[in-house]
Design a protein around this ligand. Structure first.
Ligand code: C2E
Ligand code: CA
Ligand code: CA
Ligand code: CA
Length: 279
């Protein structure tokens, strides 16, 4: 038994080394990935619940790693944050999303709002507002077709400064939404001072709609709260008809999830939106 315990111990150590090594390998690769053009964006439709109309898309980044294939953002965004790479990567994401949205408009697609995720370090960076303005200027995209998604955690780190920055973004005509709402710790009293237009219900509360009365209570409370603050509310991670019905019956405005569509490469998104049923 003692021998076995020792082996177990070695096993865990090897596993741990492997994950640290994996991090280092990815971190090393991240440095060149941007210059080598290994990142791409996919776009997930956002749908109005009462009409079924697609009014926007969320840009989500993917890394096409030369050896490892496609790597999801959960594996490299935290590394990019830690290493500071997120500022350059985030700028590329912002510029690409604006340029893509303008290209769709120029191609005659019904105009969409593109949402871009902004990570903590990127949001706190001094030149964020300037970078957003530059991305709009260079792409020719009108500001009302861009939205930034920020998490509660980002805002609560330095409330006053965050609110001031959000106000600058709003003043440009760009919208803001709070991502993963309900998982962070923003105080409800602070919420009323945020110059935002939308709350996004985190998918962890959406998963068990129709099965868990606790999650149903949370989801319907967020919807009620949002509406009383004159905000729109969107649910993410909607996978089933049951979840959609619950949300619609409880007055949620918008939804996003595999039930309607997975995140798609630009051409497939355009094809989906130009299909006759979508117009
Ligand atoms: P998020 O912003 O909360 O994005 C939602 C995630 O849920 C996405 O995962 C999306 O693909 C996934 N999703 C969409 N519909 C469904 C569904 O019906 N069921 C389930 N189970 N999942 C669904 P993804 O693309 O892997 O992104 C993960 C996280 O990585 C994002 O969470 C966001 O925090 C971060 N991220 C993604 N793209 C970017 C980016 O461009 N910049 C920054 N800073 N972060 C990003
Ligand atoms: Ca998001
Ligand atoms: Ca989210
Ligand atoms: Ca998230």
């Amino acid at each position: 038994a003692k021998e076995k315990g020792k082996n177990n111990c070695q096993f865990y150590t090897r596993e741990m080394n492997a994950s640290i090594e994996e991090k280092l390998v990815l971190l090393e690769g991240l440095r060149n990935a941007l210059d080598d053009g290994q990142f791409r964006l996919v776009y997930q439709p956002k749908v109005e619940l009462h009409s079924g109309r697609v009014f926007g898309v969320e840009a989500l980044v993917r890394w096409e790693h030369p050896e490892q294939g496609v790597i999801g953002p959960d594996r490299f965004i935290p590394l990019a944050e830690e290493s500071g790479m997120i500022v350059a990567l985030g700028e590329w994401i912002l510029r690409s999303a604006c340029a893509q949205n303008k290209a769709w408009q120029d191609a005659g697609l019904p105009p969409l709002c593109v949402s871009v995720n902004v990570s903590p370090r990127q949001f706190e960076e001094a030149r964020l507002v300037e970078r957003v303005r530059q991305a709009l200027d260079d792409s020719g995209l009108a500001p009302q077709w861009l939205e930034l998604e920020v998490t509660e955690g980002v805002i609560m780190r330095d409330l006053q400064q965050a609110v001031a920055k959000m106000a600058q973004v709003r003043a440009m005509g760009v919208s803001l939404s709070i991502d993963d709402f309900g998982t962070g710790y923003s105080s409800l009293s602070a919420l009323k001072s945020f110059p935002i237009s939308t709350l996004k219900i985190d998918k962890s509360f959406v998963r068990d709609l129709g099965r868990s009365s606790g999650d149903e209570a949370i989801a319907s409370s967020i919807i009620g709260l949002a509406h009383r603050l004159r905000l729109r509310v969107i649910a993410e991670g909607v996978e089933t008809e049951q979840q959609r019905s619950f949300l619609r019956e409880n007055g949620c405005d918008e939804m996003q999830g595999y039930l309607f569509s997975r995140p798609l490469p630009p051409q497939q998104l355009a094809a989906l939106l130009s299909a006759p049923a979508m117009r």
